[in-house]
Write a protein that binds this ligand. Structure first.
Ligand SMILES: [Mg+2]
Length: 347
């Protein structure tokens, strides 16, 4: 094959570039691998030709993916057909699930319609919000009382009826790490100060380094700085979310544990009569999906507009579909199930 033929082949088969590079990306740190992949994917997109053809391909991929992870809206009747006598406990992620992903994390507001839908759902089902944000911050965004709130990816749990309601906290499994987390936050703020657009967010038991506004040429430097700082804290680890690096203490506790904690504290663990229904878009939500999958009991719904690997069984495309699903769930509750004694959430 001469060079012009080879180049034509690459132009027509952009995806083959990915296969050539694939073996070389393993062994790189997670963030660097992601950045490299993003560059390759961008190159592949350019090499693959017109934007329209990429969209067409994406549409085809998404349609195929939906066969494996059907829409929670379109499957609503078949999901609920099995559940009229079950008690459903609802778990909701916040960012990207109840609110759109936005440039400024402090402005990730949920719409009044979404708040009303969550309020209606919580009238009929025990409902918990499990977010990577600090508990106070997510509560301030949601503004509903009598929900259960877990912040810091489940490391900071509060229940409205918990025994120590006076201070509003029921369980903080990583409490002993708090001084070190504050120290890490201060060091990261200092170290990343000169990287334009980098934002260090204090989420109580999790420090988030946002890089949505960092120029691509400075991403590797930012990652290096975070890596260097974290080498001094071996009992912490870094994971990557959407344009964010998240630093958490390495303990055996995640959103899946938080979900089980709530089920247990509500007296609902290990009973087939109770079904967790979990909706989320984060990588950290996969821990809860895994619990549901392992138990073979519950409804796990991933929010995603592009195909991705998940342990969920169903999907919703974006927060607007989450809104439609929650409204339908509340209507279904009102029309089919007897009333239960869940306190009404108030602003
Ligand atoms: Mg999320």
């Amino acid at each position: 094959m001469n060079f012009s033929l080879l180049f034509s082949h690459v132009l027509l088969k952009g995806k083959s570039v990915l296969l050539i590079f694939l073996p070389f990306t393993f062994g790189l740190p997670a963030l660097r691998r992601t950045l490299l992949w993003r560059s390759i994917m961008g190159l592949s997109g350019l090499l693959s030709g017109h934007r329209n053809s990429v969209q067409g391909s994406d549409f085809h991929n998404y349609t195929s993916w939906l066969k494996q992870y059907p829409s929670g809206l379109e499957s609503f009747e078949s999901i609920m057909k099995e559940l009229p006598r079950k008690k459903i406990v609802v778990f909701l992620d916040y960012d990207g699930t109840l609110s759109p992903i936005v440039d400024d994390p402090d402005r990730a507001f949920m719409s009044p319609e979404m708040r009303e839908a969550v309020r209606e759902v919580a009238k009929g089902f025990p409902t918990a919000i499990i977010s990577g944000r600090s508990r106070e911050k997510v509560k301030e965004f949601v503004k509903l009382r009598n929900l259960h709130y877990a912040g810091s990816h489940g490391l900071d749990i509060m229940s409205p009826n918990s025994d120590n309601e006076a201070n509003g906290v029921s369980y903080q499994p990583a409490k002993k790490f708090l001084p070190k987390i504050q120290q890490i936050k201060r060091v990261l703020e200092e170290e990343t100060r000169k990287i334009e657009g980098a934002l260090v967010e204090d989420n109580t038991f999790c420090v988030s380094v946002h890089f949505r506004h960092v120029h691509e040429r400075e991403l590797a430097e930012l990652e290096k700085k975070v890596e260097t700082v974290m080498e001094k804290y071996p009992d912490f680890h870094v994971t990557q979310g959407k344009k964010v690096m998240e630093i958490r203490p390495t303990i055996n506790w995640n959103k899946g544990h938080a979900m089980e904690y709530y089920l247990h504290s509500l007296g609902h663990n290990d009973t087939d009569d109770v079904v967790p229904l979990y909706i989320g878009d984060d990588q950290t939500d996969e821990d809860a999906f895994k619990v549901i999958q392992r138990k073979g009991h519950g409804i796990a719904i991933l929010v995603a507009s592009i195909p991705k690997h998940t342990n969920a069984s169903y999907s919703l495309k974006d927060p607007s579909e989450v809104l439609a699903f929650l409204l339908r769930l509340a209507r279904w509750r009102n029309s089919t199930a007897p009333s239960i004694t869940t306190p009404s959430p108030n602003i």
